[in-house]
Design a protein around this ligand. Structure first.
Ligand SMILES: Nc1ncnc2c1ncn2[C@@H]1O[C@H](COP(=O)(O)OP(=O)(O)OP(=O)(O)O)[C@@H](O)[C@H]1O
Ligand SMILES: [Mg+2]
Length: 595
């Protein structure tokens, strides 16, 4: 990362935020102009009063009715136009901010999705998503209220201040100076108020939790005769809750009249100054009255504004974190000049590869893979075995270029992976992960998601090719069976079966299969084995084997131990050698025959 994001100033953050969400800029000047026109509706009354007094009253003490009516009609017209303009401005701001947030959400999730697994494990990505979701929610709340207030109150104060200065700049300055402390005091009080309400709300949540615990845990409480004690606890918390709401209420009660008090001060200062200066200063009676009205108008939004300032700070902080996420560099970059892969089955070469997960950031920890060298000829069926944590999944990830090695190279079909375009690689090489992910929906939908252009018939053919129709027949709706959220309605073995069909639809030349660690029932195991055999034939296959029956059938077995490749040979050779593999195999045979 370049400069630390936390040091960006508010202005910098907003600038970068607008660049990251360009929808905000679209037509903004027009929106601002419409809001200004809208604000005119609020200053028209003071101006009307001034005009009516100065021009509607004849010097003899009579009233120029026609003139007053004319003024009234004009004012009505202005108010109609202003109302329309304000509504349009509000609508435009709402629409643009929704678009901006939508764009930002999409960009964020795509970005997080593309983060290299070398830097970010799935859990870390999950945490990032959670954080970013709440930050975007903060921004959404800001636009619903704070952004609107900035637009409407901001333009109103600007316009009112302009009209005040135009009437009499001395009086205007007096009003501004006397009103200034109001903003300061209000902000102070509001901060206390927000804090008080926050604590009141969390007390409230505490009461809810305790009550629901007492209800849900009634049986346990009764068994230990703890009901009485818990009732006392709920009573105490409820009492605290009421107290904190009363406290918040009393701060709020102080806040409301304080605006009035400042209003009186400011208006008094304006009136006194006006009277002292007298008519000789050029201030007419009408202008004086109109000015008093304007002063009230000017003070009105201040209370809201000070509150908005705090909300804006929160929003800017949220935006800063959102931008911070977008700054994190994403996973393996695309080659500038991609090389094409040869046709047919592809050889895989792992050349002096070391790998460390950068996310762990601990320099003392040994690398996850260390000096791994292996050449897998095209079409060979290889099994990778080793204890848990020995680096098998990691090796599979490097071969699929989900991350790049810290040192050394991986070549597929003789081409370094860093030179293969991502699109090419995803077509020619497929990974069946250790814990395949199914999306809520039918099996068919989960299969088509890999290749959206395929037809129903293609799915059926794939099932037959992998010899899985007998399994499909056992399901209630065949291919239309719902898998449930995250595939929860399927067993782990069945999820693997779906993943195998999914992989076969891609028809890759290299298959990396990470067997599920969780045990599967005997029948599913037979089906998995059969499907894997069918799927593997004619392709280079790297099967990370947890069931050693898989490695027993492979052309060749690679044994990883603490990130090092310690054995490499056929199953029979390695069993006879009496090393790590033969010990693993003996243990596995003993365990499976005992079970
Ligand atoms: N995304 C990750 N971020 C940081 N460390 C990781 C990540 N994935 C794996 N590791 C660590 O790398 C080492 C090797 O993990 P790997 O998943 O490759 O082992 P494995 O041989 O596949 O184990 P298993 O048999 O349990 O699947 C372990 O110490 C693991 O904790
Ligand atoms: Mg693994």
């Amino acid at each position: 990362m370049t400069e630390p994001i936390s040091r960006w100033s508010a202005a910098e953050t907003i600038g970068k935020g607008v660049r990251a969400a360009p929808a905000l800029r679209v037509g903004f000047v027009t929106t601002l102009f419409l809001a200004l026109v809208g604000a005119a509706g609020r200053v028209v009354i003071p101006i009307l009063v001034q005009q009516a007094i100065d021009r509607g009253l004849t010097p003899k003490g009579g009233v120029d009715v026609a003139m007053v009516v004319r003024l009234g009609v004009v004012a009505l017209g202005v108010i109609c136009i202003a109302t329309w303009a304000q509504r349009t401005a509000v609508y435009r701001l709402g629409r643009r901010s929704e678009e901006a947030l939508y764009g930002l959400r999409v960009r964020l999730f795509e970005h997080i999705h593309r983060l290299s697994i070398a830097d970010h494990s799935e859990e870390r990505k999950g945490a990032l998503v959670a954080r970013v979701t709440s930050d975007v929610e903060t921004l959404a709340q800001f636009f619903q209220w704070g952004g609107l207030a900035w637009l409407l109150d901001g333009t109103l104060m600007l316009l009112v201040a302009g009209v005040m200065l135009a009437y009499d700049w001395v009086l205007a300055l007096v009003a501004f100076v006397v009103a200034a402390p109001l903003a300061f005091v209000l902000q102070r009080v509001q901060r206390h108020l927000v804090k008080a309400y926050d604590s009141a709300r969390s007390r409230n949540a505490q009461v809810m939790t305790q009550i629901s615990e007492v209800v849900a845990g009634a049986e346990t409480l009764r068994a230990y005769q703890a009901g009485e004690r818990y009732a006392v606890r709920v009573k105490q918390t409820s009492h605290d809750r009421s107290k904190s709401f009363i406290r918040a209420g009393s701060i709020g009660a102080f806040l409301f009249p304080s605006g009035e008090v400042f209003g009186v001060f400011t208006v008094s200062a304006v009136v006194i100054t006006g009277l002292i200066r007298g008519p000789s200063s050029g201030l007419t009676a009408g202008a004086m009255v109109g000015f008093v009205f304007l002063t009230y108008r000017f003070l009105e939004p201040i209370a809201e504004f000070t509150e908005v300032l705090d909300q804006t700070q929160t929003a800017v902080a949220g935006m800063r974190r959102v931008l911070g996420v977008l700054e994190i560099p994403v996973g393996p970059p695309e080659p500038e000049i991609p090389m094409s892969l040869p046709a047919g089955a592809l050889a895989v070469t792992v050349d002096r590869v070391d790998f460390s997960y950068r996310a762990r950031g601990d320099a003392d920890e040994p690398p996850v893979l260390l000096d791994v060298n292996v050449h897998i000829p095209a079409g060979q069926q290889v099994a990778v075995v080793g204890e848990t944590g020995s680096g098998k999944t990691t090796l599979g990830r490097l071969i699929a270029r989900l991350a790049d090695p810290s040192a050394g190279f991986v070549l597929v079909g003789g081409v370094p992976l860093t030179r293969v375009s991502n699109a090419d690689l995803r077509q020619r090489l497929t990974v069946v992960p250790q814990e395949p992910f199914l999306f809520e929906g039918t099996i068919a939908a989960n299969l088509l998601f890999a290749m959206p252009n395929l037809q129903r018939a293609d799915l059926e053919t794939a099932v037959v090719d992998l010899d899985l129709n007998d399994w499909l027949d056992t399901l209630p709706d065949g291919l239309d069976t719902e898998v449930g959220e995250r595939g929860a309605q399927m067993s782990a073995g069945e999820r693997q079966l779906v993943a195998l069909i999914r992989a076969s639809l891609v028809d890759p030349d290299v298959l990396v299969l990470d067997e599920a660690t969780s045990s599967v029932d005997a029948l599913t195991e037979v089906r998995l084995t059969r499907a894997l055999e069918k799927l593997a034939s004619g392709r280079t296959t790297i099967a990370i084997a947890h069931r050693l029956s898989t490695s027993a059938r492979a052309d060749r077995v690679l044994v990883l131990d603490h990130g090092r490749l310690v054995e490499d040979g056929t199953h029979t050779e390695l069993v006879q050698r009496g090393g790590t593999y033969s010990r693993m195999y003996d243990a596995w045979v003993a365990a499976t025959s005992a079970g």
